[in-house]
Design a protein around this ligand. Structure first.
Ligand code: DC
Length: 228
């Protein structure tokens, strides 16, 4: 029987983390957890409850409301996908909007909220055989993960990828809006005080620009296979 491990994939946004994590999870029959979707679901809750907008953020109210916020992943039999749920409703279709994308990094700066998210992530990933992607998986959530990747790519390419994804998902958005949102999130993710995005010393760093998804999958598997 193969050894079930924890695989952490961190990096800047739109580097292909989630696409690769999903592919690997399917191949290895592992559970995939998109930690970014959890921060996005939390942001959606804050927007719906008017705790955050472009001009204000009442982090204290959101922290006090934590016991009423239940975020998990449930299987959708219609499309064969795990979807992020907020208080038992699938919010997968609402969390990629520009409104959520522009506010999520602000939510992600708050230490108390991160602590809660990490608790949920530990619970969801408590059985081995997990691939989790995000910003602090190898540094904070699972510092003992058997294998850690850090993915990066040029800003231009990341913006192009994200723009294509959003257009395909019918979001009305311009390329410049996507580009400035990625710049904003990079800046907030890297420079925040709590669990900033950084490369864990034992991470395998991969620049994804010049590889196809198939090549990247093969590359990651070549590091993973000896650990299984
Ligand atoms: O992976 P994503 O782009 O969907 O993530 C959305 C935001 O959530 C990202 O800009 C930063 C935040 N995030 C985080 O702070 N820590 C994580 N582990 C995952 C995401």
């Amino acid at each position: 029987m193969s050894n079930k491990i924890i695989i952490a994939i961190d990096g800047t946004s739109s580097t292909g983390k989630s696409t690769l994590a999903k592919r690997l999870a399917k191949k290895l029959k592992y559970l995939y957890i998109d930690s970014g979707a959890m921060y996005r679901a939390l942001t959606l809750y804050a927007i719906q409850n008017k705790y955050i907008s472009k001009s204000h953020f009442d982090s204290q109210k959101l922290i006090e409301d934590i016991p009423n916020i239940h975020i998990d992943f449930q299987y959708n039999q219609q499309n064969n996908k795990y979807e992020v749920h907020l208080n038992n409703n699938s919010v997968e279709k609402h969390i990629r909007s520009l409104k959520v994308s522009n506010l999520v990094s602000q939510i992600a700066t708050v230490g108390e909220l991160r602590k809660h998210m990490v608790k949920v992530q530990h619970f969801l990933g408590s059985k081995n055989g997990v691939i989790m992607d995000g910003r602090d998986i190898g540094t904070v959530v699972f510092p003992n993960a058997e294998i850690k990747f850090y993915l990066d790519a040029s800003l231009e390419l990341r913006a192009k990828r994200r723009y294509k994804e959003l257009i395909e998902a019918n979001y009305k958005i311009s390329f410049d809006e996507v580009l400035s949102n990625i710049k904003l999130r990079d800046n907030q993710d890297i420079n925040r005080k709590n669990s900033p995005l950084k490369i864990a010393p034992d991470s395998i760093v991969i620049k994804t620009d010049s590889f196809t998804l198939d090549e990247l999958e093969e590359k990651l598997l070549s590091y993973i296979s000896p650990k299984l």
